[in-house]
Design a protein around this ligand. Structure first.
Ligand code: NAP
Length: 249
């Protein structure tokens, strides 16, 4: 916590979808929130900023490509200089470039691996020294059920999300003695712009496989992220928490 007693929370992909809901959840405790987004059309980020400001929290948004190391280093250098600490990092930014392996171009592979996985390395490494110095911190990265079970057309995406699971477990082991907890959340089929882009047939096929019989809401994922970063989860590290309506058990 900083001198005001509020946590400094950085959320990548905080402009919309799950990231926006995570930010709104942290706003309930009056955290200082830093949103990271990418789209040059900043309307989603502006909308999220307005929603958070309505709640009276201190919030700022930065347009940074989390897959670009230098941009990430500059962002976190600036945050650490101004706030002196980062208490929570939520590695949530993610993209899809779906197609069958037979047709998958190197560009689609690299884009997804860079935005979904390399970004987690970039951002985590950018905060870890500060967290070690603080002897506290929580890192939660957004994996996916398909990192566990695979999915046709998502070789790049599922590889990136499985990579997050391995990364999480390794870093959790490396920093546990310093009071830092590192976990991942693996959502199933959640109602956001990412899944809205899927063809109706694919959506129906997914729905048929979900025991709870419906898509998840981004708020339901945000609750778990928030809980993982709370003292109620003080004995959890290196875990992948599945939030998927039973799609994978
Ligand atoms: P979404 O609505 O598509 O939002 C993606 C977020 O990532 C946006 O805030 C976007 O910023 C940001 N982003 C994309 N590329 C970026 C980059 N290069 N640098 C910085 N930010 C970038 O996605 P979502 O459904 O909320 O998903 C959030 C996370 O959960 C992702 O990692 C996704 O893979 C994972 N997940 C989602 C589902 C699901 O069913 N929705 C399931 C499992 C896992 P802009 O607004 O600026 O573009």
């Amino acid at each position: 916590m900083n001198e005001n007693g509020s946590r400094v929370v950085v959320i990548t992909g905080g402009s919309r979808g799950i990231g926006r809901c995570v930010a709104l959840k942290f706003a309930e405790e009056a955290a200082r929130i830093v949103l990271v987004h990418y789209d040059p059309d900043e309307s989603a980020a502006q909308e999220t900023l307005a929603l958070l400001k309505e709640k009276g929290v201190q919030v700022e948004a930065h347009k940074v490509d989390v897959s670009v190391r230098q941009e990430v280093e500059e962002l976190f250098g600036d945050i650490l200089e101004r706030y002196g600490r980062v208490d929570v990092l939520v590695n949530n930014a993610g993209i899809t470039r779906d197609t069958l392996l037979m047709r998958m171009g190197e560009k689609d592979w690299d884009a997804v691996l860079n935005v979904n996985l390399k970004s987690v390395f970039n951002c985590t490494q950018a905060v870890i020294r500060a967290m070690i110095k603080q002897r506290s911190g929580c890192i939660v990265s957004m994996s996916s059920v398909v990192g566990q079970i695979g999915n046709v057309g998502q070789a790049n995406y599922s590889a990136s999300k499985a990579g997050i699971m391995g990364f999480t477990k390794t870093v959790a082991r490396e920093v546990a003695a310093r009071g830092i907890r590192v976990n991942a959340v693996a959502p199933g089929f959640i109602d956001t712009e990412m899944t809205a882009a899927l063809p109706e047939k694919v959506r129906q096929k997914f729905l048929e496989q979900i025991p709870l019989g419906r898509m998840g809401r981004p708020e339901e994922v945000a609750e778990v992220v928030y809980w993982l970063c709370s003292d109620s989860a003080s004995y959890l590290t290196g875990q992948v928490i599945h939030v998927n309506g039973g799609l994978y058990m």
